[in-house]
Every structure is written in C-alpha cells, then in structure tokens.
Design a protein around this ligand. Structure first.
Ligand code: F6R
Length: 262
C-alpha cells in the first residue's frame, strides 16, 4: 500500500487525478471504476478541468460505478446515475454507451449483477478503481462482514451508513433506501489499481484501521493491504491516527515527480 498524505483535500485530489490522467493518456480505452459520495467530488472536478484545459480525452474510456440504491429510478435526484452525470459525465467527452452503473430497478437483480460482472470482464477489467471509505470501513457498499470473495450483489446497508447518507436525502433517514447493489470485494480486488481517497478527521479511525490494522472482514477496506497496487490519498486530518505518518510523508516526498503519478 502506498499512503499519500497531502495538506488538504484539493492537493490530495489533484495528485490522485494525475494518476488517473496518466492511465487514461497511456491507455485511451482505459476502464475506470468510479465511486459516488462527497469524497471523489474534488477528484472529478480536477478530471473535468484536465479535460477542458488540457484536452484529457475520455472518448474511448469506459466506466463502471461501484454501487446504486435499489428502488430508485435512474431519474431520481439521489440516484447514483444522476450523481455521476451531474458531477462528471456531462462535463467530459465520455460516450453514454461506455458508462455502466448498476440498475437499482432491475426486475431480476441477481441476473443483472451477474451481467455487470460479465460486462467488466468483457471491457478488459478495471484499470483503476476509485474508492471512498465509509465511517464503518465499507468500500463500495460492502458493509462490515462482507465476504472478501464477494462479487456484485445485493447488500443491506448498516444503520450507520443509512444515517451517514441521510445528508444526501435532505437529512431524512426514512428516505434512504436500505438495500443496494454493490460490486463485491472480490470485484474491487480484481482492479489493476485501487485508488482510495479519504478526507477529514471523521475518516481518521477508518484509515488507521485500513492501513495499519489487522485484515478483517469487520473493516472491509483493510483487504486493500492484500492488493498489489493500492494507493491511499488522504489529507492531514484523515492521517492523524496513523502510527507511521512520518514515514509515509518521507517516502512520497523522496520520490521523483514522474514516479508520483505512476
Ligand atoms: C459510494 C461508495 C461508498 C462511499 C463511502 C464514503 O459509491 O462506494 O463506499 O465511498 O460511503 O462516502 P462519502 O465520500 O460521502 O464520505
């Protein structure tokens, strides 16, 4: 695991965006795994800027989102479809047919989950998967005790996640769906690179457990310790509980500039 601590969310997101941009430049038909929530918004703004100002080309890129609520129409303001189109896709030159987001209204959800897995494989696999981390340690919506071998499937959100996500539903917990479709941990671990972002002191415990704690299903993100190419971009507040923070800073600061985007 590579831990990259930057002074704030903006600088950390710009550093993460340079990694994604490097991958897209080297492989124009790259497959990106994407997340929703507050965390990746600054990264997406930076990717939009790179597209508009530096010509970063998404015309051959494909995307697969991690998750979607069950029971929300694509047009629902809180659906992850709307989130992704508003915050990224409408502002870059991606082809709509190259965008994949689980269908929370599928009639046969298990079949649509299996088809999602097949589509990822058919696209050549995910080159870089963007991840946030839930306050309970989830990645995607793989809540604590999710199997490390899991694939795309239905999950029930924890009460903690329902409470956390109520802010996207005007603070009304009763409106937050309890069920979702999420890529599995096995699906996420198949990505060639995992790129986790976490900002703010509220993420400090989860980041410390993910990076320095035991690998355990009660802290799903800790599985990233087993990934051959996992990068964790965090701001200073999210780094406050790390025992080896000084070491991580020293490693990153000592790298030549080109290697920071590798
Ligand atoms: C969303 C997702 C979740 C979020 C996590 C953190 O697609 O996969 O794992 O990344 O719940 O959410 P925020 O970023 O809102 O703190």
């Amino acid at each position: 695991m590579e831990i990259i601590i930057r002074e704030n969310r903006q600088v950390a997101s710009e550093a993460a965006a340079r990694v994604v941009a490097r991958i897209v430049r080297e492989k124009p038909n790259a497959v990106l795994g994407l997340a929703t929530g507050s965390t990746p918004l600054t990264l997406y703004k930076e990717l939009i800027r790179l597209h508009k100002e530096e010509g970063l080309d998404f015309s051959e890129v494909s995307t697969f989102n991690l998750d979607e609520y069950i029971g929300l129409e694509k047009e629902h303001p809180q659906s992850y479809h709307i989130f992704m189109w508003e915050n990224l896709f409408s502002q870059i030159n991606i082809k709509p047919e190259n965008v994949h987001i689980p269908d929370g209204m599928a009639v046969d959800i298990p079949a649509s989950c299996a088809a999602y897995e097949r589509e990822i494989v058919a696209a050549g696999g995910i080159d870089v998967q963007v991840l946030g981390i839930g306050s309970d340690g989830h990645i995607g919506f793989n809540e604590p005790t999710s199997s490390f071998a899991s694939r795309t499937r239905i999950k029930t959100l924890t009460q903690q996640t329902v409470a956390d996500n109520a802010r996207f539903f005007e603070g009304n917990e009763a409106c937050v769906p309890h069920h979702c479709i999420t890529m599995g941990i096995g699906t996420i671990m198949d990505a060639r690179m995992n790129l986790m972002l976490a900002f703010g002191e509220g993420k400090a415990d989860g980041i410390a457990a993910t990076v320095e704690g035991p690998v355990t299903a009660i802290m799903p993100a800790s599985i990233l310790q087993h990934h051959p190419n996992a990068k964790v971009f965090i701001d200073e507040p999210a780094a406050t509980k790390l025992q080896l923070a000084e070491y991580y800073r020293w490693v990153y600061d000592g790298k030549p500039e080109w290697q920071k985007d590798a």
